[in-house]
Design a binder for this molecule. Sequence first.
Ligand code: HEM
Length: 238
Amino acid sequence: MLFRFLKPYNICFSVCLLPLFGIVFDMIFDNLGPDPVQALHIRLGDWSLRMLWLTLFITPIQKITLWQGMAQYRKLLGLYTFFYASLHVVVYLWLDQGLAWGAIATDIIESSYIWFGVLAFLIVLALAITTPKAMVKLLGKNWKKLHRNIYIASIAVIIHYYWQLKGNMAEPLFYLIILVILLGFRLAVWFKNRKFTKMMIPTTRKIKVVKLDSSVNQTLAGQSKTIVIEEVDTEAET
Ligand code: HEM
């Protein structure tokens, strides 16, 4: 029973819940400091950002290790990003602003950094809603296009983070450097696949031989050969 649970996916699922347990623990034991609501809000925002960054790590790992099983972790971490972001927003709306919608509207209009938080949240919400397999099927090719907006969300989050900061810049700088590396990696892959290949060897298209027609063996010595080919999608995964 325990062994069945100790699968990498289940371990990852449980580990991602630990920050929430830590926050609840600190709430129960009154350990959140002089301004508990602000501490709660900041910690949930921080964890949403960390989950988003971890989600962005999956594709480079997949590209380097060629391990296809990573997709389920990308999905899991993406959903945790949404989960922590939702709690961050709920704390803001409910505990911080007391659901006073007029004050909330004024705060959002006056605080430019919140616009970027709202933009990031709307994107993460759209990605979470379209995560189920049925939505992937329904959206077809548009699904991938939609999910590429994760890059816009990550840039919006870093602006949201920087803009409201008053003190120590070391931590946001660390996240910014990681984001630049992650987006740089994707840009390099995109450039290699899309532009470089086309510019350098325009006549070459990667193909994968799927199967040989049964008649090929008999006709190898003759004039015509039939093979069934399928184009390999060289596009980078999001
Ligand atoms: C994906 C969406 C979002 C992420 C990842 C996110 C993340 C963050 C992060 C990392 C911080 C800084 C915490 C720190 O100082 O260490 C923050 C602060 C803040 N966020 Fe967000 N946020 C998101 C969406 C939103 C939304 C939609 C709102 C409001 C409608 C919002 C309101 C705020 C406010 C008011 C602060 C300042 C907290 C304070 O200093 O008291 N955020 N957020």
